[in-house]
Ligand binder design. Structure first.
Ligand SMILES: Cc1cc2nc3c(=O)[nH]c(=O)nc-3n(C[C@H](O)[C@H](O)[C@H](O)COP(=O)(O)OP(=O)(O)OC[C@H]3O[C@@H](n4cnc5c(N)ncnc54)[C@H](O)[C@@H]3O)c2cc1C
Length: 523
C-alpha cells in the first residue's frame, strides 16, 4: 500500500489558512503534478476575524519564501513598517512613563554584561535607547531602510503593520494563481471518521465529501476539527492573562500626510491597553480589556477619549466600533491523529506583542518541514509538534504576563490582581527571583528557535524599572570597558541612521509609486 502523504485539506480561509497553505504549497511543489495537493475550504458565510494587523520580522522571510515581492505586498495590503512596540503608561502610569521593545537585539548582546553596565553608568537613559539605535528611529518616525535597499533587506530589523483583510486576499490570490492551491468556497457541515481514528473526509454543503490524508484546522476559534470533532480540550488561561474583549476601530489620520508611526503604540489603561497601529491609509486602534474589571460602555468611552487626542470630535463620533470577544487559552494538544490546528483554532491569548501570526508561521513551517513522507510516522511527527508548541505557548504566556506583573500601577484592581503572585506561573516566579541577581541570558531560553529570546526579556524588565543586583565579586563577563564601547558605538550608529534614513511615510510613498509602474497583482 502506498502511504506517501499526497493530499492535504485545510479548513478555513482566514490569515492562518492562507498563510499555512502558501508555506506548505511553496515547499512541497503544489503547482506541480508530483507535488503535494492542497485544497482549502472556506465558508462563504463565516467571515474571518479580520484583525491581526501587526507582524514580526519573520514575515519578511515567509513572504520571500512563498514568492511575493515586497513591493506587491506593500501595494496590496496597505502595509507600513513596524520596528517594535512602545509601551506607554505600563510602569506607573505617570507622565514620561514609556519604553520600547524594539525588534533589534541590544548592540553587543551576549558579548558582555550590557545591562549591568547600563544600570551602573547609563541608567539616566532608558535601557532600550542606551543599547539600541532602533528606539531613536521610532521616535523620529524613520523607516528601517533606504529607497535603494533591496526587497526584504533592512538597515534595522523590521516587520509590518497591514490591513488583515487585504493580506488574506493577497495570499488567496497568490496561492491559487501561483502556488497551485485548490480553493473551495463552501461550508464544512460534517467531519467523517470515528473519533478514535483518522479523519477520512469532510462533508461540504455543495461539493460533497472531500477526503485527504492530513487535515489542517484553520477554522478559527470554533476549531471544528480538533475541538468539535476530536474534542481536544481547550485550556483556559484567564487566571493568568485576564483580557478577553477588544473594541476595534479604524480611523483616518488628522491630516492625509501625517507621519506614520514606525512601531505599535501600546498605551496602558485602567483594565487593559490600547493599541494604535499606523497604516498609510488609516490608523487601526483598539482597546483590549478584561470584562471582569470593565464594562463595554466604560471601555468605549475610554477608547473614544483616546481618539479625541488628535481627531476632531465629529470624526470620533462617527467612528464605528467593533466588539470582539475571545477566551485566552489554547488547545491541550495541537496535532491529534491526522489533524493539526493552526491559528485561532489552536488558541489565542491576546494581541500584546502580536505573536499570533508568528506562531502561525512557525506552525506552518514545522508542518512543511516535517510533513510525514510516509503516513506510518505521523504519530511521531504529531508528538514532536505537540512538544514543541506546548513549550512555545507556555513561553508566550509567561512573556505576556511579565508586562503586567512588573507594573507598579495601583489605580485599579485589575493592575493589583495582575501583580499578585497567585496569577503568575511558577516558572516565571522563579525566573523573576533569579533575575534579581543575574540578567536574563541564553541559559534561561535555550531552544534553537525561542519565541522570545533573552534580549526581549531584558527590554521589558529594564524598561519597566526592574533592578538586577550587581555582583559583589567580579566576573570576566562583567567587562565594563567593552560594554561602554558598545554603548558608544550605539550612539554613533544612531547618528548615522537618523541622518541617512527616510521617514516611514516617505519610503512607503516611494514604494507605492515604484509599484505603479509594474504589472503586478491587483486586488
Ligand atoms: C483583537 C485582536 C487583535 C489581534 N491582533 C493581532 C496582531 O496584531 N498580530 C497578530 O499576529 N495577530 C493578531 N491577532 C490574531 C489574528 O487576528 C489571528 O491569529 C489571525 O487573524 C488568524 O485567524 P484565523 O485564520 O485562525 O481565524 P479566522 O480569521 O477566524 O478564520 C477562520 C476561517 O475558518 C472558516 N470557517 C469556519 N467555520 C467553517 C466551516 N464550517 N466551513 C468552512 N470554513 C469555515 C471561516 O470562513 C474563516 O475563513 C489578533 C486577534 C484579536 C482578537
Amino acid at each position: 500500500m502506498n502511504k506517501a502523504l499526497k493530499n492535504i485539506v485545510i479548513v478555513g480561509g482566514g490569515t492562518a489558512g492562507w498563510l499555512t497553505a502558501a508555506i506548505i504549497a511553496a515547499q512541497h511543489n503544489s503547482h506541480h503534478p508530483d507535488g503535494v495537493n492542497i485544497t482549502l475550504i472556506e465558508s462563504p458565510d463565516i467571515k474571518p476575524i479580520g484583525v491581526g494587523e501587526g507582524t514580526w520580522p519573520t514575515m519578511r522571510n515567509t513572504l520571500e519564501k512563498i514568492g511575493i515581492s515586497e513591493d506587491d505586498f506593500f501595494r496590496c495590503t496597505d502595509a507600513s513598517f513596524k520596528q517594535g512596540s512602545q509601551f506607554i503608561g505600563w510602569n506607573n502610569g505617570q507622565v514620561n512613563d514609556s519604553y520600547y521593545h524594539p525588534f533589534i537585539a541590544p548592540h553587543g548582546f551576549g558579548q558582555t554584561n550590557i545591562s549591568a553596565s547600563w544600570q551602573q553608568f547609563n541608567s539616566h537613559i532608558p535601557f532600550a535607547h542606551a543599547i539600541s539605535f532602533q528606539p531613536y528611529l521610532c521616535d523620529h518616525g524613520c523607516a528601517p531602510k533606504q529607497q535603494q535597499t533591496p526587497e526584504y533587506a533592512g538597515v534595522a530589523n523590521y516587520g509590518y503593520h497591514l490591513n488583515a483583510g487585504k493580506f488574506s486576499a493577497l495570499l488567496q490570490q497568490h496561492c491559487i494563481e501561483k502556488l497551485g492551491v485548490q480553493h473551495i468556497s463552501d461550508n464544512v457541515i460534517k467531519v467523517n471518521g470515528e473519533v478514535k481514528e483518522n479523519i477520512a473526509s469532510v462533508t461540504t454543503n455543495k461539493n460533497g465529501d472531500i477526503s485527504a490524508q492530513l487535515f489542517i484546522d484553520c477554522s478559527g476559534s470554533n476549531a471544528i476539527l480538533l475541538g468539535q470533532h476530536y474534542q481536544v480540550p481547550f485550556i483556559n488561561k484567564k487566571d493568568i492573562l485576564f483580557n478577553d474583549t477588544a473594541l476595534a476601530v479604524q480611523v483616518p489620520y488628522h491630516k492625509p500626510d501625517a507621519p506614520i508611526a514606525s512601531h505599535t503604540i501600546s498605551t496602558a489603561q485602567k483594565a487593559g491597553w490600547i493599541w494604535d497601529i499606523g497604516l498609510p491609509t488609516r490608523r487601526g486602534v483598539g482597546y483590549v480589556y478584561a470584562s471582569d474589571y470593565l464594562t463595554d460602555s466604560e471601555a468605549e468611552t475610554t477608547l473614544r477619549d483616546y481618539l479625541k487626542q488628535d481627531l476632531p470630535a465629529e470624526a470620533v463620533k462617527e467612528a464605528v466600533i467593533r466588539k470582539i470577544s475571545f477566551t485566552p487559552g489554547h488547545r491541550e494538544n495541537f496535532w491529534h491523529k491526522n489533524c493539526v490546528a493552526v491559528g485561532m483554532a489552536a488558541g489565542f491569548l491576546e494581541p500584546l506583542e502580536a505573536s499570533a501570526l508568528a506562531l502561525v508561521e512557525m506552525s506552518a513551517n514545522m508542518i512543511a518541514k516535517e510533513l510525514p513522507a510516509d503516513m506510518s510516522i505521523i504519530e511521531i511527527t504529531a508528538k514532536r509538534f505537540n512538544q514543541r508548541f506546548h513549550y512555545r505557548w507556555q513561553r508566550i504566556i509567561e512573556f505576556l504576563k511579565l508586562h503586567y506583573l512588573l507594573s507598579k500601577r495601583t489605580d485599579s484592581q485589575y493592575w493589583l490582581d495582575n501583580q499578585s503572585a497567585t496569577s503568575v506561573p511558577q516558572r516565571l516566579q522563579e525566573l523573576i527571583k533569579l533575575w534579581r541577581f543575574q540578567a536574563p541570558s541564553y541559559n534561561d531560553f535555550s531552544e534553537i528557535e525561542e519565541i522570545f529570546p533573552a534580549a526581549s526579556y531584558q527590554y521589558i524588565l529594564y524598561g519597566m524599572g526592574f533592578i538586577t543586583e550587581k555582583r559583589t565579586t567580579s566576573t570576566l563577563y562583567d567587562n565594563t570597558a567593552l560594554a561602554e564601547k558598545y554603548a558608544f558605538e550605539n550612539r554613533q550608529l544612531c547618528d548615522k541612521y537618523l541622518a541617512g534614513l527616510p521617514k516611514n511615510r516617505q519610503l512607503i510613498n516611494h514604494i507605492l509609486a515604484r509599484g505603479k509602474n509594474k504589472n503586478i497583482h491587483s486586488i
